[in-house]
Design a protein around this ligand. Structure first.
Ligand code: PLP
Length: 407
């Protein structure tokens, strides 16, 4: 079976919009273009009704008990900022301490950095070599000054799933709020804000086959009622938490994307997991010395993050230029540092620089995976043939015993 190049295997960065989602949103650009706040005429009421449907679909996708708990934002970055700064600023008189983990998304890390500059104190939890936080360390970090614990559901680089239910239970018992960045999780793994005691949850349409520029923040209204200080002031939209005219077509799309993801998750996860196994096994069979980054069991189906020893990350990426992937190496990021996530897990610089993140999604096929296996295996093999280090390893020389300076 032939494949169309290039192949998209970067579904953690963003996803293609599902054609069903495009169909659902189009009428709200050109026919039903009213402002959802215009209650005096049918254009407005049609738009408002569509927003209500979308909001309900979003609430159901995460097990929210009422649609009123969904605040529409521009994406997970905004939701992360609103949750963390909103809680900290609202509860400033109750405490000054926040807890998060070192492998969180930049939007979470940098929101905490901003609060540190305002005088808040932050505990940065480490992760183990699998990429998971330690529950005892979390429990020990909570004090009577702690306002909020922010731990993501699924990591965007290595796909590992944190123990959400246990974290939620702990936070609930100790009376601190639990915020979860679930941008990579909604529609991919089962999530239930009630069962998991999640008080705030961020998600975004473009990671789940919806459009870019639309996201949401779940804000619990009962047991406990979470109060936030808004960041955006204006017309009082979204119960005063996020002013600004609602993006009706995008909300319709986000809702439809959530509906599809919820209905098809069980089926889709099986298919995507089978593709990941195929990719992992295919590569392992063809190339020795490849290493999986992150837990194998606590992992979202679509993620495979591998390091290829004895090749140069940049050359590898150039060699597989017809496959769209991301890498933990310097050449794809703006900084020269290797991935902070891999570093936090104790992956050495060498292996971090040769890591590739394969993000498998709804539209990938078996034929594409087979092509990727062949291509990556060929390039790794060719690069190693040119590597003096690989030659030494093949000759049985223990590289750690080599005296490179020649003394
Ligand atoms: C993509 C992503 C974000 C940012 O979402 P945007 O909607 O692009 O702002 C935040 N957190 C995680 C874990 C993500 O994967």
């Amino acid at each position: 079976m032939s494949v169309q190049l290039p192949i998209y295997l970067d579904n953690h960065a963003t996803t293609r919009v599902d054609p069903r989602v495009v169909d659902a949103m189009l009428p709200y650009f050109s026919t039903h273009y009213g402002n959802a706040a215009s209650r005096t005429h049918s254009f407005g009421r049609t738009a408002e009704a569509a927003v209500d449907v979308g909001r309900g679909q979003l609430a159901r996708a995460i097990g929210a008990s009422t649609d009123k708990e969904i605040v529409i934002t521009s994406g997970a970055t905004e939701s992360d900022n609103l949750a963390i700064k909103g809680v900290a600023h609202m509860l400033r008189s109750k405490g000054d301490h926040l807890i998060t983990a070192v492998t969180e998304h930049k939007a979470v890390l940098d929101s905490h950095h901003a609060l540190e500059r305002e005088g808040f104190r932050v505990t940065w939890l480490p992760v183990d070599k699998e990429g998971l936080i330690d529950l005892q360390q979390l429990a020990d970090a909570i004090t009577d000054q702690t306002l909020l614990v922010s731990i993501m559901a699924v990591n965007n680089e290595i796909g590992v799933v944190q123990p959400l239910a246990a974290i939620g239970e702990l936070c609930h018992k100790r009376g601190v709020l639990f915020f979860c960045d679930a941008a990579q999780a909604v529609g991919k793994i089962p999530l239930d804000v009630e069962a998991m005691h999640i008080d705030l949850l961020a998600f975004t349409a473009h990671k789940m086959y919806g459009p870019k520029g639309i996201g949401a923040l779940y804000v619990r209204r009962k047991n406990p009622r979470v109060r936030l200080e808004p960041m955006m002031h204006g017309g009082g939209h979204e119960r005063g938490l996020r002013s600004g005219t609602l993006a009706v077509p995008l909300i319709v799309a986000f809702g439809e994307a959530a509906r599809i993801a919820t209905e098809e998750m069980a089926e889709e996860s099986k298919r995507i997991l089978a593709l990941r196994h195929r990719l992992h096994q295919g590569l392992s069979a063809r190339v020795p010395q490849i290493f999986l980054n992150g837990s194998i069991s606590e992992r979202t189906p679509g993620n495979l993050n591998l390091s290829f020893a004895y090749v140069e990350g940049e050359s590898l990426l150039m060699g597989i230029s017809d496959i769209a992937v991301s890498s933990g190496s310097a050449c794809t990021s703006s900084s020269l540092e290797p991935s902070y996530v891999l570093k936090a897990m104790g992956v050495g610089d060498e292996l971090a620089h040769t890591s590739i993140r394969f993000g498998i999604g709804r539209f990938n096929t078996e034929a594409e995976i087979d092509y990727a296996i062949e291509r990556v295996a060929d390039v790794v093999t060719r690069l190693r043939e040119m590597s003096p280090l690989w030659e030494m390893v093949q000759e049985g020389i223990d590289l750690s015993s080599v005296n490179w300076a020649g003394h």
